[in-house]
Design a protein around this ligand. Structure first.
Ligand SMILES: NC(=O)CCC(=O)C(=O)O
Length: 300
């Protein structure tokens, strides 16, 4: 089976920053700066191409805090800092997510920005599926009490590496975003998911969903979590930032605490997986519908 297009043009080195964010925003941003500096200068896998941050890295992950910590984009201090760090280190930054204040309509979104090495914003994804769950004796959380949902899938060009899709945490449970990103004409080689699963659903589904999206679409999945704040009174993130290859194999995994996780995405693996197990080209859109043409995707 011919592989029509190689979606990942060259190997990609990535550093995932698994940090714990607290109530002090200035301290959170200073920690981000230090972690990114170390990720770049202490890399043992060569030059880092992409640094990724977790969901809600500048604020507590709490429904009653999102508005207080929310910033305008691109003029807020967090957007400006990530832009400076991207150009200082000549690196792409997949900037986890932050609470965004859209002053035009006074709404708050959970928003992820990606910067290129010139410090320019090249992608903006607003969490499309809000995390509203209620598991008796487990966890109750209702983002929709204070957040509004985004209204599109996000795919963007990561320089000359190729295209990637972006979702935020609970978005990973909805396979359509990854399907639309990975298929023609979007042809992404990876889905990036900043995410903060918790100690109830993390052990159940974090690895399963990362592998499922990877295998279904024969892409890499890259999940960056906050570290677990053991002993803290707030939301307990699961940790275990994770990188999965297009065969569904875990190629890097963090523990529970703060750490920098490194991984290399090998450009040969994706075409090998797709030619060996050619489900990517065997879909029967005469039997069932392809979601790609009807999915609203950001402009590439
Ligand atoms: N921050 C989130 O969207 C959490 C999602 C989650 O924990 C899940 O189980 O899904």
């Amino acid at each position: 089976m011919p592989v029509p297009k190689i979606p990942l043009a060259r190997n990609l080195n990535i550093a995932l920053i698994q940090l714990i964010a607290g109530a002090d925003k200035a301290a959170n941003l200073s920690k981000v700066t230090q972690f990114i500096d170390s990720a770049i200068t202490k890399s043992k896998i060569g030059k880092i191409d992409v640094v990724m941050l977790p969901e809600c890295f500048n604020s507590p992950y709490a429904v009653d805090k999102f508005r207080e910590y929310a910033e305008e984009i691109p003029n807020g201090e967090t957007s400006r800092l990530l832009s400076e760090l991207a150009s200082k280190h000549d690196v792409f930054i997949v900037g986890g997510s932050i609470p965004e204040h859209d002053t035009l309509n006074d709404k708050i979104f959970n928003t992820s920005l990606t910067f290129n090495p010139l410090g320019q914003i090249i992608a903006k994804h607003r969490k499309t599926h809000l995390f509203d769950i209620d598991i008796p004796n487990g966890i109750t959380f209702k983002e929709s009490e204070t957040l509004s949902a985004g209204d599109k899938a996000t795919v963007f060009k990561l320089g000359d590496f190729g295209n990637v899709g972006l979702g935020i945490c609970y978005d990973i449970r909805f396979p359509e975003l990854a399907m639309a990103a990975s298929r023609a004409p979007n042809n992404s080689f990876a889905m990036f998911y900043p995410g903060a699963f918790n100690t109830t659903t993390g052990p159940l589904h974090w690895h399963l969903l990362a592998k499922a999206r990877a295998v279904d679409n024969e892409i890499f999945t890259v999940l960056c979590s906050p570290g677990r704040d053991v002993g803290g009174s707030g939301y307990q993130a699961y940790g275990h930032s994770l990188v999965v290859d297009p065969y569904g194999k875990v190629i890097a995994e963090a523990g529970e605490g703060e750490e920098i996780l490194y991984a290399q995405l090998d450009k040969e693996i994706l075409p090998a997986a797709r030619s060996g197990i050619p489900v990517h080209y065997q879909r029967r859109f005469d039997v069932y519908e392809d979601v790609t043409p009807t999915t609203k995707v950001s402009d590439l």
